[in-house]
Write a protein that binds this ligand. Structure first.
Ligand code: ATR
Length: 270
C-alpha cells in the first residue's frame, strides 16, 4: 500500500484518516492514511521522516500550513496565492506543495449547497490563514464583490490589496459593514473557537443569505447559532469543506475523484 498521513498539533481528533479510508475503499485505491503528531518545533523533521520512510504524500493542518509552504521545493499556483500549503507530495526527493482548502470550500458551496458565487455579493469574515486560502478560489468564481471584514481592519485591507489583481475585493472592519448586505457570509475567523461571534451590523445577511462557518462541531457553532437567531435562511458548517478539501487532495495524489456525498453523510451520521 502507498502511505499518506496528516501532520498537525494537536492531531488526535482529526477526521482525515477516516475520510481517506472511506475514499480508498470507495475507489479501490491501495493506500493507508494515518495521523501523525509533530512537536511544535519539529514539523520539518516529521515531514522528512515520513518521506524517508516511504510516504507518498501528507496533509498539513494547524498550526503548520505556513511552515509547510516554506518547506516546499515547488508550489502550485493556488498554494502560492494562499501562502500556505495543506497538501504535500513527495517525489524524487522533492517536496511539492498544494493548497486544496479554498477549492474545498467553493466545491461545498457550489455543488453540495447549490450556492453559486457568480454575480453574488460575498462577505468573508477574518483575515488570517483560513481567509487567505479561500480568497483565490472564491474570486475565480466571478462574484460581483467580495468584502473581507476583520476585527483588525488593517489586516483585511492588506489582504484585499494582495488579491486586488485577482478580482473585485476590498477590506474593512466589522462596523464599516453598516448598510451593506450579502448573499453569502463565510466565517473564517477563529471566534467560534472561543464561543464568540464577530460583531456584525444588522442587515448584513440578505433575505435568502447562506451563513457558512468554516468551523464545525456538535450542533451549531456560535456563529451559526447567532445567524439562526437572526432568522438567516440557510446555514452550513465546515464539515462539507473538510470532506471536499480531502477529496481534492486525494485527486492531487491519485488522479481519482472520490464521491464525497456518501462520505459526508457517514460523518454526519457518526
Ligand atoms: P487562521 O489561520 O485560523 O485564519 P489566524 O491567522 O490566527 O488563524 O487568524 C485568526 C482570525 O480570526 C483573524 O482574522 C482574527 O482577527 P484579528 O486579525 O483581528 O486577530 C480572527 N479572530 C480571532 N478571534 C476572534 C474573535 N474573538 N472575534 C473576532 N475575530 C477573531
Amino acid at each position: 500500500s502507498d502511505r499518506y498521513c496528516v501532520i498537525g498539533n494537536p492531531i488526535g481528533h482529526s477526521k482525515s484518516p477516516a475520510i481517506h479510508a472511506l475514499f480508498a475503499r470507495q475507489t479501490g485505491e491501495d493506500l493507508v492514511y494515518e495521523a501523525r503528531l509533530a512537536p511544535l518545533d519539529g514539523f520539518a523533521a516529521a515531514v522528512r521522516a515520513f518521506a524517508a520512510a516511504g510516504g507518498r504524500g501528507a496533509n498539513v493542518t494547524v498550526p503548520f500550513k505556513e511552515e509547510a509552504f516554506r518547506l516546499c521545493d515547488a508550489h502550485s499556483d493556488r498554494a502560492r496565492l494562499a501562502g500556505a500549503v495543506n497538501t504535500l507530495s513527495f517525489a524524487d526527493g522533492r517536496i511539492v506543495g498544494d493548497n486544496t482548502d479554498g477549492a474545498g470550500l467553493v466545491r461545498d458551496l457550489v455543488f453540495n449547497l447549490k450556492t453559486p458565487l457568480a454575480g453574488r455579493r460575498v462577505l468573508l469574515l477574518g483575515a488570517g490563514g483560513a481567509a487567505r486560502g479561500a480568497l483565490g478560489p472564491i474570486l475565480e468564481r466571478e462574484p460581483e464583490a467580495v468584502v473581507i471584514a476583520n476585527r483588525t481592519a488593517a489586516r483585511a485591507e492588506d489582504l484585499a490589496l494582495h488579491f486586488a489583481e485577482v478580482g473585485p475585493v476590498r477590506g474593512c472592519g466589522f462596523a464599516d459593514l453598516t448598510g451593506e448586505s450579502f448573499d453569502v457570509v463565510v466565517n473564517a475567523t477563529a471566534a467560534s473557537l472561543a464561543g464568540e461571534v464577530p460583531p456584525l451590523p444588522e442587515g448584513v445577511f440578505s433575505p435568502d443569505a447562506l451563513a457558512y462557518d468554516m468551523m464545525y462541531g456538535k450542533g451549531d457553532t456560535a456563529f451559526l447559532a447567532h445567524a439562526r437567531r437572526l432568522g438567516v435562511a440557510r446555514l452550513a458548517d465546515g464539515l462539507g469543506m473538510l470532506v471536499e478539501q480531502a477529496a481534492e487532495a486525494f485527486f492531487v495524489w491519485r488522479g481519482v475523484r472520490p464521491d464525497t456525498l456518501p462520505v459526508l453523510a457517514a460523518l454526519r451520521a457518526a
